[in-house]
Design a protein around this ligand. Structure first.
Ligand SMILES: [Zn+2]
Length: 439
């Protein structure tokens, strides 16, 4: 039986090709650098060379290079689910460079002097690291020659890759509902054209913290994306952790609901923000990326927003990627009911179509094993709900060889491994692919 890595990225320089992409690459780099520096501050273990290598991988490789790199590391018998990322609406032109110039200021009284000093040190180190990296990797890349259109380039690249290995590549198309509102491209129709058996894409990727609501009418409204996917059993993968990436904008216009922190409830954006223009308190600047991402993830990607989606479309086939994130996975045994991880476990028991993946988990193996044991003990149905995913190549900071990541997960999973790496993904993907594949 073929094994499946249900969460990989075959990004190319197209993601950093135009002004917006370039800005995103700055943010992504700064975010990674910030994580690295924070770890360095803690135990001195960070290695900046790995960050440069990571960037290099993204800038130099083509999708088929990525696939070959995975094959070389994993060995034979593997299929991949490369997820697109649509960042074209995540920011606007005026923001370019702004994140790397602003020196952090002291926040209000919530921030202690030592927290502020740490943030300042992180900022100074990121500034220095960024100057080296941008000189090395980005400025010298031919990325900008490709001009705009990262979405179309990724769509084409992955369609070509699919055609070259139809039985081993099952790409997911990234949908941003703002493409429907601003460019008139209907999300459900686009999905009908590109996704499903006999088509290049096997499923949908959503990343709401880039600046939209999971209940946006283009997704959750009548005739919208969820209704289409639900009827045809098209699988959806959503980013699901308080970390990762988020729109760097300080204000975004949102259609649909948001999680409103003041009342800790789900409300229509326009009910609490004039014109639905949500404004974030945390600025996306180096030294503050962690807090800024967490705030945007909470407002735009909160579990209660997805609870509303599931109540409306209980038959959705949906994977909550990262299972709430490694911090929450490690904690989930101690504070049931409060974390994102506990929430996914509850939904997976309730809804037949709810899945989760363990991609990007780079924490302690023993804790992962303990988590998996708790999941198994909690309910027999959950055995079928966890997918193996690596988040290649973004995991290379911690695991330079992707097979090292796989071995860690395999050891943690023990005799559950065949379910995670083969059976469960087959079930999850089944509505989106030709029957003859994944036998
Ligand atoms: Zn990912």
């Amino acid at each position: 039986m073929i094994s499946v890595d249900a969460h990989v990225h075959f990004f190319t320089r197209s993601l950093v090709s135009d002004t917006m992409g370039r800005w995103i690459s700055i943010m992504r780099t700064a975010a990674l650098a910030e994580g690295l520096v924070r770890r360095d501050e803690k135990d001195g273990s960070a290695d900046p060379a790995r960050l440069v290598e990571l960037l290099d991988t993204g800038l130099q490789k083509s999708p088929s290079d990525h696939m070959n790199a995975m094959d070389n590391s994993y060995g034979p018998g593997w299929a991949y689910v490369p997820l697109m990322l649509d960042l074209e609406y995540a920011l606007d032109d005026e923001l370019e460079q702004s994140c790397i110039t602003a020196c952090p200021e002291r926040k209000d009284r919530r921030e202690s002097e030592s927290e502020f000093q740490l943030r300042r040190r992180v900022w100074e180190k990121v500034e220095r690291a960024w100057k080296t990296i941008s000189g090395d990797a980005l400025e010298t890349s031919a990325g900008r020659l490709l001009a705009q259109g990262s979405f179309e380039i990724q769509k084409k690249d992955l369609s070509v890759l699919k055609a070259s290995a139809p039985e081993r590549i099952f790409p997911f198309l990234c949908i941003d509902p703002r493409r429907q509102h601003r460019a008139g491209i209907n999300a459900a129709e686009l999905t009908g054209d590109c996704v499903g058996p006999g088509r290049p894409f096997a499923g949908i990727k959503l990343y709401s913290a880039t600046g939209f609501s999971p209940t946006d009418p283009a997704l959750a409204g009548p005739g919208g994306l969820y209704s289409h996917c639900s009827r045809r059993k098209i699988p959806i993968t959503v980013h699901f952790s308080p970390g990762g990436f988020a729109t760097p904008l300080s204000e975004v216009q949102v259609r649909g609901d948001i999680f409103y922190p003041l009342t800790a409830s789900v409300l229509p954006a326009e009910e609490v923000y004039p014109g639905g223009v949500v404004s974030f308190g945390e600025k996306m600047t180096p030294g503050n990326i962690h807090d800024a991402v967490a705030e945007r993830q909470m407002i735009l990607n909160h579990p209660l927003l997805w609870e509303k989606v599931l109540a409306l479309y209980p038959k959705l086939i949906i994977n909550f990627a990262h299972t709430g994130g490694e911090g929450q996975i490690s904690l989930s045994g101690r504070c049931p009911g409060t974390g994102w991880t506990s929430w996914v476990l509850d939904q997976a028991r309730r809804y037949r179509g709810v899945y989760m993946d363990l991609s990007a988990y780079s924490g302690d193996k023993a804790r992962l094993r303990a988590f998996l044991n708790r999941v198994r003990a909690a309910h027999p149905r959950l055995r079928r709900k966890i997918l193996y995913g690596s988040d290649y190549f973004l995991t290379s900071m911690n695991y330079p060889e992707i097979c090292q990541f796989r071995e860690m997960q395999k050891e943690a999973a023990g005799n559950w491994w065949t379910d995670l790496s083969a059976r469960n993904a087959r079930k999850f993907l089944s509505g989106g692919i030709d029957r003859k594949f994944l036998k």
